[in-house]
Design a protein around this ligand. Structure first.
Ligand SMILES: Cc1ncc(COP(=O)(O)O)c(C=O)c1O
Length: 438
């Protein structure tokens, strides 16, 4: 039998083969495993007002769900650029010039707006070059498999789900995936072992989307260089929020918002940075900062550059205008964001509530001591007009179930006053992890 048919026939056999103990087919068992891993989330999605909500109206950072107005602490619009009057006013001119959506794939042709974005972004990041595609998910799914080839991906257990998905595609194309949960020590041991296949790629998050904390980037980068592998960093939440340090910085977030590599004073040697505009910049575009040779290679090797539609013109416009606003008043917006976040963190500490946040960045997770009361906590928050992310399994490990607050510079002091009061009520009525335990 020819090889391709043999492979197909084997796959069909595996999928059709009933499990000897239960008699169920592979597809059914796979589906059951998948459903059981997402059942907590699915149950809340059906039953809870805080999930899958229809938002009927917004007013600044207030949103209306049904009859209830809530202060929004679930968006990642960290700089508040989604509401920025100057940016909103600038968009129609781009639409008049370019239409709503010239839908060539990027390989066929790109409006010159892309050249402008990549040039400005490369300068901001201080990288050798950059390439933009619609989303970070597109980038992980297409770039990780290319960089991994038939080699080994060392994947941090805490990395974002979309990195996992990219790794799965890489695995299907012949890469080996090695997960590590023990941080740098375990990674170092793995890299020192001789038996792994090259090339090697280490995948980690920049600012973690749940804890708000920074990785030990210098140490990861040093290991990558020592073992001649690439370090691939997803800084979706750091880009626009943290940046290079300066004696003139108005807050600890640094200046210019040029991401984790610059914030921690690292270089781009052996390091690939991925980030996006969909959070701090409130737009739909993502980037990979990499050497020009890799960019050129990706233009024919990364499927979204060849086969996917591009971002809408309104998104390209809000990126360019966002970069302009960032240069003019981004540091003031970040200082406001840091101030509001500091107010909430002070209150959390005053109440003795544990949070994994050690960075002071605007992602504040509050784990519950009684994870099965998440619905009730959500009800209280909703009734008091506070909209949060319900952090249930599999969004977080089972022992970290709770809720996540994200601040933006468009939240007001009145909203934060109210949030601080409601946090007091939550701490009174529910058992939260206490600070000493974390
Ligand atoms: C760390 C991280 N990476 C990637 C993504 C996905 O980004 P995108 O919407 O651009 O695909 C998210 C979105 O929440 C994220 O938090």
């Amino acid at each position: 039998m020819p090889h391709r048919e043999r492979v197909r026939s084997n796959q069909e056999n595996v999928h059709a083969r009933p499990d000897s103990a239960t008699g169920r087919r592979y597809e059914d068992r796979w589906l059951e495993r998948w459903i059981s891993s997402t059942e907590d989330l699915a149950r809340l999605q059906y039953s809870h007002r805080m999930l899958d909500a229809v938002i009927e109206e917004i007013d600044g950072r207030m949103i209306r769900v049904g009859d209830q107005w809530l202060a929004d602490y679930a968006s990642c619009n960290y700089l508040g650029l989604d509401l920025d009057e100057e940016i909103i006013a600038a968009v129609p001119e781009y639409l008049a010039r370019w239409g709503t959506h010239p839908s060539w794939s990027r390989l066929l042709g790109s409006p010159v707006l892309y050249e402008q974005i990549e040039a400005e972004l490369t300068e901001l990041l201080g990288a050798e070059d950059s390439l933009v595609l619609p989303t970070i998910t597109h980038i992980h799914m297409s770039v990780i498999p290319v960089l991994a080839g038939g080699g080994t991906v060392f994947l941090d257990r805490r990395a974002h789900k979309t990195i996992y998905d990219g790794c799965q595609t890489a695995q299907a194309r012949g890469a080996e995936i090695v997960r590590f949960a023990g941080g740098l020590d375990e990674l170092e041991q793995l890299l020192r072992a001789d038996e792994w296949r090259r090339p090697g790629l280490i995948c980690i998050d920049g600012v973690n989307s749940m804890t708000g904390n920074l990785p030990e980037l210098a140490e990861y980068a040093a290991l990558a260089r020592e073992h001649d592998v690439l370090l691939y960093v997803d800084d979706a939440h750091g880009f626009g929020v943290i940046g290079e340090r300066s004696p003139l910085e108005p807050c600890d977030y640094g200046i210019r918002g040029n991401s984790v590599v610059r914030h921690l004073g690292e270089s781009y040697d052996n390091l690939i940075l991925v980030g996006g505009f969909s959070k701090a910049y409130s737009s739909l575009l993502a980037f990979i900062a990499c050497p020009t040779a890799i960019k050129q290679m990706l233009k024919t090797a990364a499927p979204p550059y060849l086969y996917s539609g591009p971002s809408p013109v309104a998104s390209l416009a809000t990126v360019l205008e966002g970069l302009r606003v960032n240069a003019e008043r981004g540091d003031a917006l970040r200082a406001e964001l840091a101030r509001l976040t500091g107010r909430v963190l002070d209150r959390v500490h005053e109440l003795g509530i544990a949070t994994p946040n050690r960075s002071g960045l605007p992602i504040i997770e509050i784990p519950l001591a009684e994870s099965d009361r998440i619905d009730e906590v959500g009800d209280l928050l909703f009734d008091r007009g506070i909209y949060v992310t319900m952090a249930v399994y599999p969004l977080v490990p089972r022992n970290e179930v709770g809720f996540r607050l994200q601040l933006t510079s468009a939240n007001t002091d009145e909203q934060v006053d109210h949030l601080c009061d409601v946090l007091g009520e939550v701490a009174e009525q529910f058992q939260l992890s206490r600070e000493t335990e974390s």
